[in-house]
Ligand binder design. Structure first.
Ligand SMILES: Cc1ncc(C[n+]2csc(CCOP(=O)(O)OP(=O)(O)O)c2C)c(N)n1
Length: 310
């Protein structure tokens, strides 16, 4: 989680310096959802993320340097600097992200169906938000996965807002997890401020999905500490509401407190983890900054499969 948070601090910096163009969506405060899958995800599993993809990519094992290079628009990036932060694609790790809200589900469903056709044990994970869960794709994909018992796991990161729209003002159900019963799926709620609780719930969900019992929905209740995107004036929440969320729902702070209280680690050791992570990532970014930008002369390259012309 520290790695995820420090990685995103560099992304925030890149927006401020003008090195990164376009909207930047950070998952600060939501890291437990991604971290809770570490150790459960296998290389053959697929993860399809959203417009807020960095933590999920790191959890899936996507190389931090290649991802930084992509986000900082360098030709050494995952997609040669052409996709940017919203379009991280790493076929080797079976990781992709999609900025179209609700579209992570049908893409992941394809991976789940492929797993069935290949007779593989691979699971497909679709990440979505509370907003994305109200798209038709949520129902269509879970219905099909339920009918065909596909290895399909939907992780709903419920941070209570779709940009400025409060989740409870647009959802007919109290939770997203409870919708599972309509799809013959397992439905679980997890406290996103507690990475161990998330991990326990994820473990049950992965076991269920991998054993061929059909799909699962894991709803991780969390808070987005920053604006919807870097620069969002975030006028739809009061300062008090934001301060309360950061004080009580920070999974990094909760984990730190628990490690200290159980004497599993000292303050000094935990500070060293943060400092080492910060330094290592800063060094990667320093390298990335001297990588070349994509060449404008070949902007049309990689658009079509070799041998297929426009
Ligand atoms: C189909 C579609 N409609 C609208 C948008 C613009 N948009 C980007 S993020 C977002 C809100 C998504 O909310 P949620 O699913 O709760 O995810 P969160 O941003 O809270 O992580 C919207 C409406 C989009 N990218 N795609």
């Amino acid at each position: 989680m520290v790695e995820m948070r420090e990685f995103e601090e560099l992304c925030a910096e890149g927006v401020k310096t003008g090195e990164i163009h376009g909207e930047m969506h950070l998952a600060t405060g939501q890291e437990a959802s991604a971290a809770g899958m570490i150790g459960l995800l296998r290389p053959t599993d697929a993860v399809v993320s959203t417009h807020r993809p960095h933590a999920h990519a790191l959890a899936k094992g996507v190389d931090a340097r290649a991802m930084l290079a992509e986000i900082f628009e360098r030709s050494t990036g995952l997609c040669r600097g052409r996709g940017g932060h919203l379009h991280l694609f790493d076929p080797e790790q079976n990781f992709s992200s999609c900025s179209i809200v609700g579209a992570s589900l049908p893409i992941a469903l394809g991976y789940a169906y492929a797993s069935r056709l290949d007779d593989s044990e691979a699971v497909a994970v679709a990440i979505t938000g509370d907003g994305g869960s109200n798209h038709g794709t949520f129902h269509e994909c879970l219905n099909m996965a339920g009918a065909w018992r596909l290895p399909f796991l939907v992780v709903v990161e419920n941070n209570s807002y779709a940009i400025s729209v409060p989740a409870d003002s647009v959802s007919a159900s109290e939770t997203y997890a409870e919708r599972a019963s309509a799809y013959g799926a397992l439905g679980e709620l997890a406290d996103g401020s507690d990475v161990e609780a998330v991990s326990t719930v994820m473990e049950r969900a992965f076991r269920h999905v991998r054993s061929g019992e059909g799909p699962a929905i894991v709803e991780v209740v969390c808070a987005r500490f920053k604006g919807h995107y870097e620069g969002d004036i975030d006028h739809y929440r009061s300062r008090r509401e934001k301060a309360k969320a950061s004080a009580s729902m920070d999974p990094v702070a909760v984990a730190r407190k628990r490690l200290l209280e159980s004497e599993a680690a000292t303050d000094k050791q935990l500070d060293a983890v943060v400092a080492e992570t910060r330094e290592r990532l800063a060094a990667l970014l320093a390298e990335v900054r001297s990588d070349p930008a994509p060449d404008a002369a070949d902007a049309g390259a990689y658009v079509f499969v070799d041998g297929v012309s426009a």
